[in-house]
Design a protein. Sequence first.
Length: 98
Amino acid sequence: MFKGIRNENGRPVGSKNKSTILVKNTIASILDDNVELFKEKLLLLNDKDFVKAYMDLAKYVMPAMKAVEVNDVTENNIPSWLDNYNEKQLKEALTKQI
């Protein structure tokens, strides 16, 4: 092909090749057939290994959360409405159970 000329005979953008589809379908079938066995084996793990396996699996179904960084924690950032309360009121508010 010449530079700047698109090959119209190629595979459409975003389509999967046949071997990728076959491999994914085969793996999905193996996993589907062994769900109960996998659950049983997971429950036989010690606590540490169970939590590690659980967390590793959770990555595939829960979105990852980004860490939040706090840069400035000075007294200048304290909201002005806090000046309306004395120390006793603030402590009561913080220890109050909902």
